[in-house]
Ligand binder design. Structure first.
Ligand SMILES: Nc1nc2c(ncn2[C@@H]2O[C@H](COP(=O)(O)OP(=O)(O)O)[C@@H](O)[C@H]2O)c(=O)[nH]1
Ligand SMILES: [Mg+2]
Length: 363
């Protein structure tokens, strides 16, 4: 799964990218003119994987991963700036976006719009996404009209769909707030719309501001603004998170305790983005490997097996499934079997969060 990180310049995108991926890409207080994105992979933190690994003592433990792309080029005027649009190419495969919003004050980091005003910044960037999509549709409709004038046949369904999108965008409604049929979805995918992707807004709070009233107000107002738009909101301090992520894992818990934090906020980011996208993990276990996989909610067992290997989906016979909590409460797989907690499930079984599955297949 790929998640793109967007936001106005100097909002803390690269800082948060570094925390998510434990990388060390350059963060800077001045415009860098960098044109390529940073790309990094992060393990999906899930304490259950560690517990299963302790239980099965496998040769290998593998976490599912998310790829983060620190996008460049988001600034006011994007829809008219051909140069900035070049930075958008990696957005193609991005399933969701993290929109970083600056809430921190720092005189040494000039704000591109003059002062810190998170609500204005959210509206500004959201509007840029909408304008960009609007310009894409405008161009396409012009082409279709030209074809009509020449007496050529055009895809009328597509035109109607684009007109519907246009109408929404003109009311400043992002495309992600619309409902599309499966057929329409396919058409929409061919375009690289920005406002169609589900979005997680991160309020990037200053280190001295974590529990302040103004942050509470911003957060509530941002919530209100985002109602019905498939947007979730999380707040964290990018600077502290980057420090945490660069600690040696043995020092992390000590540092978190000192700061009175339960867990790195980035775990919340992952959970919030999974909720937003309807993604759940399931596990496979054994002596060789304990591993977590991520799938869309509502996925039937054969398709989930297909994530592991296409043969499993093709030759699916059945899955042996036990809920994580049932295994833990039983202590061992053998004991769980005796208690009848390991179920045999067929083709129509819908996988659940935390299922531990073994697939039987024949090709
Ligand atoms: N004080 C403070 N500075 C931050 C925070 N997050 C980012 N910065 C600083 O803001 C500047 C821009 O950050 P960067 O991540 O490069 O922003 P980007 O342009 O959106 O990628 C850097 O100097 C960061 O150190 C924060 O939470 N607090
Ligand atoms: Mg950056």
């Amino acid at each position: 799964m790929k998640i793109g990180i967007i936001g106005l310049p100097k909002s803390g995108k690269t800082t948060i990218f570094n925390s998510l991926t434990r990388q060390n890409a350059a963060v800077s207080s001045f415009a860098t003119g960098k044109t390529g994105p940073n790309i990094g992979i992060a393990k999906v933190p899930d304490p259950r994987v560690g517990v299963l690994s302790d239980m099965f003592k496998p040769k290998k433990t593998t976490y599912s991963t998310v790829e983060y792309i620190d996008m460049v080029g988001f600034s006011v005027g994007l829809s008219k700036d051909a140069d900035a649009q070049k930075g958008l190419a990696p957005i193609k495969d991005v399933e969701a976006m993290i929109h970083v919003v600056r809430c921190f004050e720092d005189e040494s980091v000039p704000h591109s719009l003059g002062n810190v005003d998170p609500l204005r910044d959210i509206q500004t960037l959201e509007l840029e996404l909408i304008l960009y999509d609007h310009s894409l549709i405008e161009k396409r409709l012009e082409k279709l009209d030209a074809q009509t004038k020449k007496g050529q046949k055009i895809p009328e369904d597509e035109k109607a769909l684009l007109l519907r999108c246009m109408e929404a965008l003109e009311k400043e409604t992002p495309l992600r707030a619309l409902n599309f049929s499966e057929e329409e979805d396919k058409v929409m995918r061919a375009y690289q719309f920005l406002s169609i992707r589900p979005e997680l807004i991160i309020l990037n709070i200053g280190e001295g501001d974590l529990v302040s009233d103004r942050v509470k107000v911003w957060s509530e107002k941002a919530d209100k603004m985002s109602e019905g738009k498939e947007i979730a909101i999380v707040s964290l301090c990018g600077k502290i998170e980057m420090e945490i992520s660069q600690l040696d894992p043995s020092e992390t818990s000590e540092f978190l305790k000192e700061l009175n934090i339960d867990e790195p906020a980035l775990n919340r980011v992952i959970r919030a983005s999974f909720d937003l996208l309807g993604i759940i993990p399931f596990f496979t276990v054994g002596e060789d490997e304990v591993r977590s996989w991520i799938i869309r909610k509502g996925m039937p067992a054969p398709k989930a097996g297909g994530k592991i290997h296409s043969d499993i989906e093709r030759g699916f016979i059945r899955a042996e499934v036990i809920a994580y909590n049932d295994l833990i409460s039983s202590g061992t797989m053998a004991r769980a079997r005796e208690k009848g907690l390991v179920r045999l499930e067929g083709k129509t079984y819908i996988m659940k969060d935390g299922d531990i599955a073994e697939f039987r297949f024949n090709v």
